[in-house]
Write a protein that binds this ligand. Structure first.
Ligand SMILES: [Fe+2]
Length: 135
């Protein structure tokens, strides 16, 4: 599946622009880590881009992302990526036992935290955020 095909799925199922921005964020960070770890950048990016595609139609942890998997199979997404998407859910039975799955879970969480930090600032931006190291 190409990135354009994945984006078509995202645009079909996701109407909330903030959720789409979140998926773009996870895609970008996944691409960064794929390069850092010498992995396939396109595959890791697709995983980040698609991981929450069904949240609006399956907005509970019981359904998401399990109920979305058949849709992705129907669209021809590689089963390995579908299993990776399932691994980021709760109690899906798919373990986070690969670097890619661990990266997805971590990137999903950290991008949410970074966005939250930006949104609580008066500027609603990270550009004026001072980073201090803690020793
Ligand atoms: Fe997510």
């Amino acid at each position: 599946m190409t990135r354009d095909e994945a984006l078509t799925i995202v645009r079909e199922y996701v109407k909330n622009e903030n959720l789409i921005k979140h998926m773009y964020c996870v895609e970008a960070v996944m691409r960064y880590y794929a390069e850092k770890f010498g992995e396939d950048i396109e595959t890791w990016g697709l995983l980040g881009l698609l991981h929450d595609f069904d949240w609006e139609i399956h907005p509970t942890l019981d359904e998401h992302p399990t109920a979305g998997a058949p849709i992705l199979r129907e669209r021809g997404l590689d089963e390995e990526i579908i299993q990776d998407i399932l691994s980021h859910g709760v109690d899906t039975g798919v373990p986070r036992n690969t670097l890619r799955r661990k990266a997805l879970y971590a990137c999903d969480e950290i991008t949410g935290l970074v966005t939250a930090v930006a949104l609580v600032r008066p500027s609603r931006s990270l550009l004026d955020l001072e980073v201090k190291s803690v020793k």
